[in-house]
Design a protein around this ligand. Structure first.
Ligand code: ZN
Ligand code: ZN
Length: 337
């Protein structure tokens, strides 16, 4: 089967690898849509590991034993390979499982781990059903496109009383705009990329500000009558954006962090948390039990398709990653077939 590979700095190609086989509860899925996510960082550095991709929607094509899915089922493939038996996994919080499985050891094969390929293997409990009327591309947004911000807004109880700030309008932040608008909230975005700012407005943002503008915080506060933002979600992973969230959040407001960040935080415990009373959340993925609610966002958002700006056949992986790196795009999806 075909699989995406990185062969050097900004160099990618499709390679041929053995097809995986279903084994025990590990089900073989034919990948129809593989959204592109953070793997572009490996493309930029020429990271040489052999497989990429953790998001997919596809069709069950082989099962080794009767289980939770059958051949022909259309499914969203949940990320990772958590243990399935710990309390967190059983509670649906599998993304935080502390005992992720050694894929090669449990499946007995070297391929099938990644989604930028024609087939993959996944434990059956991590395959979520796609309603008949939802195409694979839109269903695949139920991973990182819509998932992290959906989870953040579930946690913060975002509703139509709220003004929501989304910092960072890449594919995850654009999903945040969709999720906040779906809940009836007023949405304000922040990003320096004009293409993405315009797209955010198409998807429901009332205003988008450039973080390079020194008056951005004042402009955001002015839009709320000086009161501040009820709930903010950072999708950029940039500490300047974190500082902006703390500054423009209202007293007793909430801030969620979705964008990975490995730098020191500008958070001041006394100023921001104790005196201002901010509540802070770190969010990675959503609780598996909320999947059908997330699917409602997909079913009932007519403009959702605009979030997907580019679709490439897997064979054009070089061009697909170049498009992602150039930033003039929303969510980019690969079609392996
Ligand atoms: Zn677990
Ligand atoms: Zn992702």
């Amino acid at each position: 089967m075909k699989q995406a590979a990185i062969t050097g700095v900004k160099q990618a190609k499709v390679i041929e690898v053995p097809e995986p086989r279903a084994k025990a509860e590990w089900v073989k899925v034919k990948v129809h849509a593989a959204p592109m996510c953070t793997e572009f960082k490996g493309f930029l550095t020429g990271d040489g590991s052999h497989g990429y991709g953790h998001e997919a929607a596809g069709e069950v094509v082989e099962v080794a034993q009767p289980g939770r899915v059958k051949v022909g089922d259309r499914v969203v493939v949940q990320p990772g390979n958590p243990c399935g038996v710990c309390d967190l996994c059983k509670q649906g919080e599998f993304i935080h499982c502390a005992q992720w499985l050694d894929f090669e050891k449990v499946t007995g094969g070297k391929t099938g781990l990644v989604t930028m390929a024609q087939y993959l293997l996944k434990a059956d409990w991590l395959l979520s059903p796609i309603p008949d009327d939802v195409p694979y591309d839109l269903a695949s947004l139920a991973v990182c496109g819509l998932g992290p911000t959906f989870s953040a807004f579930e946690l913060m109880g975002v509703d139509s009383f709220d003004t929501v700030l989304v910092t960072g309008l890449g594919p995850v932040g654009l999903g945040g705009v969709v999720n906040a608008a779906f809940r009836g909230a007023r949405v304000i975005g922040v990003d320096s990329n004009a293409y993405r700012g315009k797209l955010a407005q198409e998807l429901g943002a009332e205003a988008v500000f450039d973080p390079a503008d020194p008056d951005t915080a004042q402009k955001i506060l002015a839009l709320t009558g000086g009161r501040g933002i009820d709930k903010a979600v950072d999708c950029s992973g940039i500490v300047k954006a974190h500082a902006l969230c703390y500054e423009v959040a209202r007293r007793k407001g909430e801030v969620a962090f979705v964008g990975q960040c490995h730098e020191d935080s500008p958070l001041k415990i006394s100023q921001h948390m104790i005196q201002k009373g901010l509540r802070l959340h770190g969010v990675w993925h959503y609780n598996l039990g909320a999947y059908s609610r997330l699917m409602q966002v997909i079913l009932k958002t007519p403009v959702l398709g605009a979030m997907i700006t580019h679709v490439f056949p897997l064979d054009e992986i070089q061009e697909a990653w170049e498009t992602q790196v150039a930033g003039q795009c929303g969510k980019v999806i690969l079609h392996p077939w």
